[in-house]
Design a protein around this ligand. Structure first.
Ligand SMILES: NC(=O)c1ccc[n+]([C@@H]2O[C@H](COP(=O)([O-])OP(=O)(O)OC[C@H]3O[C@@H](n4cnc5c(N)ncnc54)[C@H](O)[C@@H]3O)[C@@H](O)[C@H]2O)c1
Length: 249
């Protein structure tokens, strides 16, 4: 019987104050893990940590901008001092700053690439020191189907998510001999604050492109993260799992 339980594991989930990150943090805690919450939004991070604490797990909230190298290094040091180890890392924090290329400001290009891609490099590098020493670890990066198929008005976002996929495959190869798996999830349209901001017209267009005929929920992504970080996914690395109702096949 392969273990899907995560009792005794400690997990760091970025952007876990809301949306997919919060659902993932709660899912991992439900499975028994202690979960470290990290978000740029202090109140949201503290609220998620409080929920996990009431589930009987250890938790701690960090208010961190994951695109800032110093803040990331300090957080990881503090986590190791407090939790001793990080078994699971979920790089989830992400933003959009949409616009057609002709009007896309350089600051919106830089911001999206920093928060969505540079952060994955920074947090993975800081955490992997400890995973490599432990010769064990699970890393899941939240990409997007947009990184695979592109989208008009999202050149910055698509480039960042395609970058996350390339990063995932490279690091999966680098870490494979140390029993550390690195996989990506490419969600389609998941109902969160990020997608609530879209117009009804865009939403109904998107819905038509989803074979299963409905939008996804944050828990749909969280369930796949749970699988990937569990013993069930021992033999999976360097993969991109689509969680998109069949949108991209
Ligand atoms: N919702 C979707 O349909 C969808 C689809 C594909 C991919 N994704 C990806 O899933 C991830 C989560 O998205 P979501 O829909 O839950 O979004 P969300 O906006 O609901 O949540 C994102 C969280 O990240 C935090 N965050 C933003 N910038 C940060 C920073 N610099 N440092 C730390 N935390 C930061 C926010 O405060 C927020 O709590 C993102 O990487 C997103 O690109 C979402």
């Amino acid at each position: 019987m392969i273990n899907i339980e995560l009792v005794g594991k400690s997990a760091l989930v970025t952007g876990s104050g809301g949306g997919i990150g919060k659902a993932t943090a709660l899912e991992l805690a439900e499975a028994g893990a202690d979960v470290i919450i990290c978000d740029i939004n202090k109140e949201a991070a503290e609220a998620t940590a409080e929920e996990i604490f009431t589930m009987g797990r250890k938790s701690r909230a960090f208010t961190v901008d994951v695109s800032d190298a110093i803040q990331v290094q300090e957080m990881v040091k503090a986590v190791i001092a407090d939790f001793n180890k990080i078994d699971i890392l979920v790089n989830n924090a992400g933003i959009t700053r949409d616009g057609l290329l002709i009007r896309m400001k350089e600051e919106n290009w830089d911001k999206v690439l920093s928060v969505n891609l540079k952060s994955v490099y920074l947090v993975t590098k800081a955490v992997s020191r400890y995973m490599l020493k432990a010769r064990s670890g699970r890393i899941v990066n939240i990409a997007s189907v947009i990184g695979l198929i592109g989208n008009a008005g999202q050149a910055n976002y698509a480039a960042s998510k395609a970058g996350v996929i390339g990063f995932t495959k490279s690091i999966a190869r680098e870490f494979s001999s140390r029993n550390i798996t690195v996989n990506a999830i490419a969600p389609g349209f998941i109902r969160t604050a990020m997608t609530d901001a879209l117009s009804d017209e865009v939403k109904s267009q998107m819905l038509e492109s989803i074979p299963l005929g409905c939008f996804g929920e944050p828990s749909d992504v969280a369930n796949v993260v749970h699988f990937l970080v569990s013993g069930m996914a021992r033999y999976l690395t360097g993969q991109v799992i689509h969680v998109d109702g069949g949108m991209v096949m």
